[in-house]
Design a binder for this molecule. Sequence first.
Ligand code: FMN
Length: 209
Amino acid sequence: MKKIIFAFPLTAAFLVFMGALAQMNFAAEELNSSNTVNKNKEEAMAPSGTKKILVAYFSYSGNTREIADQIHKIVGGDIFEIQAVNPYPDDYNAVVKQARHELSSGYKPALKTKVEDIKSYDLIFIGYPNWCSTIPAPVKTFLSECDLSGKTIIPFCTHGGGGLGRSVSDISKLCPQSTLLDSFAIPGSDVKTAQSEVSEWLRKIKITK
Ligand SMILES: Cc1cc2nc3c(=O)[nH]c(=O)nc-3n(C[C@H](O)[C@H](O)[C@H](O)COP(=O)(O)O)c2cc1C
């Protein structure tokens, strides 16, 4: 009987000790696995870290240039303005008439300058105003002349109420071998105060953290 009374506290102490050990193991495993999850998430959220970025845009009256500058300030890389050799007329009605004609005829105007070594870029932002519900003809020339296969294209657009129109599907038709990320569209009248919206979008598509 004495033996039993003596053995009981020893067994209890042993069980408490083992329980504490198991608890410590569990905590360490939990810490390890949460570190792995965080690491994977960080990797997924920082695709732009080692990638070379180009912000290419066309702008007739300055709205898209404003957004391009805001993006460029945040993501860095290079910025390039797509310009036709022959500038568009200043008169609004004349430019609308010309844009409609270019669209219906499939015309691709010659561009003033080219991007040097387009092959070296991984992520290419393409900015444009919505013209007749799609991309302006100079952007069409740019996308047709540059081989963007295997690259990631990120469209952004300013507009007068029509949003992206069918611009994104027209871009993907011109660049079938590229990956398109979610695009950004904003009314031209709101571009001056778009900084937080632009930052939020860049976070959402995981270009920034
Ligand atoms: C030729 C032309 C066609 C346009 N067509 C459209 C259109 O179809 N839908 C729309 O929402 N806005 C249209 N707009 C308005 C522009 O998309 C808008 O003002 C844009 O912010 C201008 O950008 P920018 O200053 O960079 O040129 C058009 C403007 C022009 C000059």
